[in-house]
Design a protein around this ligand. Sequence first.
Ligand SMILES: [Zn+2]
Ligand SMILES: [Zn+2]
Length: 285
Amino acid sequence: MGMGDFSNPFDLFESLFEGMGGMGGMGGRASRNRAVDGQDEYYNLVLTFKEAVFGAEKEIEITRLESCGTCDGSGAKPGTKPSKCSTCGGQGQVVTSARTPLGVFQQVMTCSSCGGSGETFSPCNTCSGDGRVRRTKRISLKVPAGVDSGSRLRVRSEGNAGRRGGSPGDLFVIIEVRTDPVLKRDDTNILYTCKVSYIDAILGTTIKVPTVDGMVDLKIPAGTQPNTTLVMAKKGVPVLNKSNMRGDQLVRVQVEIPKRLSSEERELIEELADLSKGKAATSRR
Ligand SMILES: [Zn+2]
Ligand SMILES: [Zn+2]
């Protein structure tokens, strides 16, 4: 390309900006009526502890931009025709010059009169020329088992409508899980702490433990040490998208030592103490 070819400044800028792609409104080829994709929409969904574990069917109400029915998304008042923008002469861009110590720089800007489309039109009364209107829609959602706080569900094409034929954005549902008063989540495991008396820890017992499947019997073996963790296999959270795999419930056993004893209990414990001393004495002999 010779130096004399730059009779139209747009040729220069188009060649300069070629290959820079994705510059949005700045530079680039301002093709007329270029499609603009719709933006993604976000929704925060609060779930109970159990809903997150087992999944849930939810109906949510979102507000987003939809294509305007009056103008069919064109933004132009029905029955009118768009005309060439007088500000940019239909190019969609304007060139401004700035004098700097390094010389005169020219900058290409998107035309503000036509928004880069190169056309002006009488705006549709319903959407004020945007081609889209804000509408509320109910969407049924299948939340899979095993989601956790911060999980994002993507619902394709349910975001904001695009402009001038652009594709719609997606809807992202961001999950927040309410805490449970007794069960704690640790990825796919569920943590629970139970208390048993020192007698039950010594002799062993069976206790009822809350799980996401309801109350379940847990055997505390004889001689259970304080802070032992007992595993309730497959009572945890299903693995996301592999709901046949499930974590465990981990039960930490706290052994309670009484602070006060009745006189009768005290006697028995002292008897027990003598017995174990006697045992010690026997074994020493
Ligand atoms: Zn409209
Ligand atoms: Zn213009």
